[in-house]
Design a protein around this ligand. Structure first.
Ligand code: NAP
Length: 318
């Protein structure tokens, strides 16, 4: 039987939000089609140990957790495609969702495309990407055994990356633009107390120096002024994320930062199109909150489809 190209619900995204929505939608017999993206699994695929996802007292590796989410969604009949959605048309009914190869239609859609790591946009960064410059310590940390590694950022991601990178680096330096950390207390304390981690406060990385490999960074002192060249073999950038909403521009209401606008955290401005996870959530941004939102979105989709069906039946019988 050919794979279906119409679904009662299409879910775009396969992080905790998308796959939880898939579990709930599949268990409600909606046979969701999930566009997981070519890099499926969301941000937890790029992380190491997750210590705060409830149910795992000893922690669990991010990719292992996401494989479990996916297996659970598939167990109940979700159809998962590891391809990217390139275009949507929410002005038509049924809604149209296109990939590079095919067009799909759906009676409802859950947008759970998450967010992607931010870059600094400084000279040398793009040229040396993959040659010392990275946004993923899990992916690239092991290349820098016994090297000097710099991490930029002051949030939980930066602390997590710095701590993880101490396994490889001879020395890890965190460069932060202020003199206090945004990270949670526990993560900040671990990093501040780690013997291999040093901090450079009130500084911005302004250039990555090196021809075919990262050799040094040009830092600007943001308080006293002046510059410093810091020898470094790698730069890991952990300065937050931007929502993945390019394909929804002009289709859904977005705020100034590009996040999807929702009045109640689940519905968008288009009736029948729902949202869940980091693509909407600028406040909590946790795997468990994303999963919770995915659950809510799927339950609301079910209600939406039921109400629509009742309305159709009433119209036919009238
Ligand atoms: P975040 O909390 O937004 O922190 C971003 C950090 O990067 C901030 O310190 C910010 O500086 C800095 N920054 C932003 N733009 C910059 C720029 N252009 N140049 C230099 N520095 C810049 O992002 P996150 O660390 O990715 O964390 C996101 C969410 O995930 C948070 O809710 C966090 O708690 C959660 N998270 C949790 C864990 C965990 O619990 N294990 C791990 C990772 C993430 P300012 O402080 O000056 O704004």
């Amino acid at each position: 039987m050919p794979a279906p190209t119409h679904a009662k619900v299409i879910i775009i995204g396969s992080g905790p939000a998308g796959l939880t929505a898939a579990v709930y939608a599949a268990r409600a017999n909606l046979a969701p089609i999930v566009f997981a993206g070519h890099m499926y699994g969301g941000q937890l695929m790029l992380t190491t140990e997750v210590e705060n996802y409830p149910g795992f007292p000893d922690g669990i590796m991010g990719p292992e957790l996401m494989e479990a989410f996916r297996a659970q969604a598939e167990r109940f009949g979700s159809i998962i495609h590891n391809v990217d959605v390139t275009e949507v048309d929410f002005a038509q009914r049924p809604f149209v969702v296109r990939t590079a190869e095919e067009a799909f239609t759906a009676d409802s859609v859950i947008v759970a495309t998450g967010a992607s790591a931010r870059w600094l946009d400084i000279p040398g960064e793009a040229r040396l990407r993959g040659r010392g410059v990275s946004t993923c310590a899990t992916c690239d940390g092991a290349f820098f055994r016994d090297k000097h590694i710099v991490v930029v950022g002051g949030g939980d991601s930066a602390m997590e990356e710095a701590l993880f990178l101490t396994r490889f680096g001879r020395r890890v330096t965190v460069v932060h633009r202020r003199d206090s950390l945004r990270a949670s207390k526990i993560m900040a304390e671990r990093a501040l107390n780690h013997e291999k981690i040093e901090f450079i406060w009130n500084a911005a990385v302004e250039e990555v120096i090196g021809e075919d490999a990262t050799r040094a960074l040009r830092l600007k002192n943001l308080v006293g002024g002046g510059e410093q060249i810091l020898e470094a073999d790698a730069l890991f950038i952990a300065i937050g994320h931007d929502p993945n909403t390019a394909i929804f521009r002009g289709q859904l209401d977005l705020d100034a930062a590009g996040y999807i606008v929702s009045t109640d955290g689940v519905r968008t401005n288009i009736d029948g199109v729902f949202v869940a996870g980091d693509v909407y959530d600028i406040r909590y941004k946790q795997a468990v909150t994303a999963a919770g939102m995915g659950c809510k979105a799927a339950i609301d989709v079910e209600k939406y489809l039921e109400a629509r069906e009742t309305h159709h039946k009433a119209a036919v019988n009238a």
